[in-house]
Design a protein around this ligand. Structure first.
Ligand code: GDP
Length: 527
């Protein structure tokens, strides 16, 4: 059966993100992946390009002061007959709710671990967001050229802490100074690390080749065979279905810095990672091969002159063939918007897109009409689901300099919350707004924008809460009883839903035990 042109283009898309803890090697791996795609020619260009872009987006002083960019970039490259869209997940200081929301727009993820550190806190947080959506994950264990944990121990750690089956795709031969390369389990070849950098740091030698003994010390080959006997006996081999369902992660060992093992990872992504999945919407599920264009906004970025209120909405296409100049319906308002100058995100330059397919991301310049979670549709007024708000990890009270302007503050906070900059909560008792964010940067953005765009200088004051949970119950009376009993710890979100503000983990566990009929959830669909 031959596919329609749209379905065929969709089948060749791999839209993915890299999840990792800062310093595990995400940037280095990104550079190397882009090298394979021919998108950039010099290692180091990913960061260098970030600097240039930063210089251009001068509206926000904090970007320069802190030396970070709020830009989530989308990098597109071609390799082996596939189009790869790599969505950057801001880490370090620019970790934010956008980092989580980016994961709602990908079909798979690569988890990068530092071989000396294993699973670190931010890896775990991002993994949990992937699990919410059953996003399949490939694992890259990086920095084998340094002293590392025992590989078997690393696999155990993934298995035990993430409750995932692990299937090694290759196996390291030595580590640190003695890192020789890997054994590829499927081809039974040894891939040796050779010096030279660039794309020439790998040499394939068949397992039976006589030259192997000359290249790798006998003790290391012996150790390899012992370990292989152990892991091949004890661990499952790679199973496509189990990976696609999010139960099993294939594991690749390598060194991003030495561009070793990156090709195997990319080949694995091309061969096994899912192409755009059918996307759930309120009325039905949308297939990528459908003729009519649909997509959803997972991020809105305001990085231009505050006086002009220009925004770029990041639209993940879910179906159809998008063409420049198209009019799409903004479902929330039922109004058409013409997309005359969409942005395509190539690694080298931003380019004007002529056409784009399911799985691709386009930037839609707008003046604030588009919000996170919005659906754009060429045809029927469906709304995509699964672009939620995530439970805040930092909660702050907002202190307004001029109390006479409380009404303005309310309007401004609601505006910015709707855009996805922050979440706002109104405590049921007390008059001060509480804002909730996932990363510190969001607070800085909020403060800067309230001042620059709304002329509302504010300060933050710490609030005694560690997180929030949305509360819901099947029985309205139960919910009411709960609200009456717990008013002092409750707030309303911008849609008026009750939210429990937890003072600590003990408090959160306790309230869940005391009110078993109430559902406490860490995500909430945006409306
Ligand atoms: P990110 O914070 O995850 O983006 O990490 P980076 O890619 O910036 O890497 C953090 C540091 O680890 C940098 O100094 C890199 O040069 C180094 N690094 C990354 N990959 C490797 C590797 O495979 N081997 C070694 N030895 N160092 C690496």
């Amino acid at each position: 059966m031959s596919l329609s042109p749209i379905a065929d283009a969709a089948a060749r898309r791999r839209t993915f993100a890299i999840i990792s803890h800062p310093d595990a090697g995400k940037t280095t791996l990104t550079e190397k992946l882009l090298l394979f795609g021919g998108a950039i020619h010099l290692a180091g260009e990913v960061k260098a390009k970030g600097e240039r872009r930063r210089a251009r987006s001068d509206w926000m002083k904090i970007e320069q002061q802190r030396g970070i960019s709020v830009t989530t970039s989308v990098m597109t490259f071609e390799y082996g007959g596939c189009t790869f869209n790599l969505l950057d997940t801001p880490g370090h200081e620019d970790f934010s709710e956008d980092t989580y929301r980016t994961l709602t727009a990908v079909d798979s993820a690569i988890m990068v671990l530092d071989a000396a550190k294993g699973i670190e806190p931010q890896t775990l947080k991002l993994f949990e967001v992937c699990r919410l959506r059953d996003i399949p994950i490939m694992t890259f264990i990086n920095k084998l050229d340094r002293e590392a944990k025992d590989p078997i121990e690393l696999l155990d750690e993934i298995h035990d802490r993430l409750a995932l089956d692990v299937a090694p795709m290759n196996w390291p031969i030595g580590m640190g100074q003695n890192f020789r390369g890997v054994f590829d389990l499927a081809s039974r070849n040894v891939v040796l690390l050779t010096e030279g950098g660039g794309q020439g740091s790998e040499e394939v030698v068949p397992e039976r080749s006589s030259s192997l003994g000359e290249r790798v010390p006998a003790s290391q080959l012996e150790e390899l065979h012992e370990q292989l006997a152990l892991v091949e006996g004890a661990l499952p081999s790679f199973d496509l279905e189990s990976y696609r369902e999010g139960h099993l992660t294939p594991v690749f060992f390598g060194s991003a810095l030495k561009n070793f093992g990156v090709r195997a990872l990319l080949d694995g992504l091309g061969a096994y990672a899912p192409s755009p999945r059918p996307q759930p919407a309120d009325q039905r599920t949308v297939e990528p091969g459908e003729d009519k264009v649909t997509g959803f906004v997972f991020k809105v970025q305001a990085n231009m002159d505050p006086k002009h209120r220009d925004r770029v909405a990041f639209l993940r296409l879910c179906s159809g063939r998008f063409q420049r100049g198209m009019k799409l319906n903004m479902v929330r308002h039922g109004k058409p918007i013409a997309i005359s100058s969409p942005i395509f995100f190539f690694a080298r330059e931003r380019e004007i897109a002529e056409e784009a397919f399911p799985g691709d991301i386009i930037g839609v310049p707008n003046h604030g009409q588009l919000r996170v979670g919005d659906t754009l549709s060429e045809g029927e007024p469906i709304r995509f689901t699964g672009i939620p708000n995530f439970a805040p990890e930092i909660l702050m009270r907002v202190r307004l300099g001029d109390p006479m302007r409380a009404k303005h503050l309310k309007a401004a906070l609601e505006d910015l919350a709707e855009e996805g900059v922050t979440q706002v909560f109104r405590p049921m008792i007390g008059a001060e707004w509480v804002v909730g964010v996932v990363g510190q940067l969001q607070l800085d953005v909020l403060k800067t924008r309230l001042d620059a765009e709304y002329n509302l200088p504010i300060d933050f004051e710490s609030a005694p809460y560690i997180t929030a949970r949305w509360c819901d119950a099947d029985d309205a009376k139960e919910l009411d009883r709960f609200v009456q009993a717990k008013k002092a710890s409750l707030a309303s979100d911008r849609d008026g839903n009750p939210v429990y503000l937890a003072r600590n983990n003990w408090d959160l566990n306790r309230v869940q035990e005391d009110f078993p009929k109430i559902r406490f959830t860490a995500t909430r669909e945006r409306h």
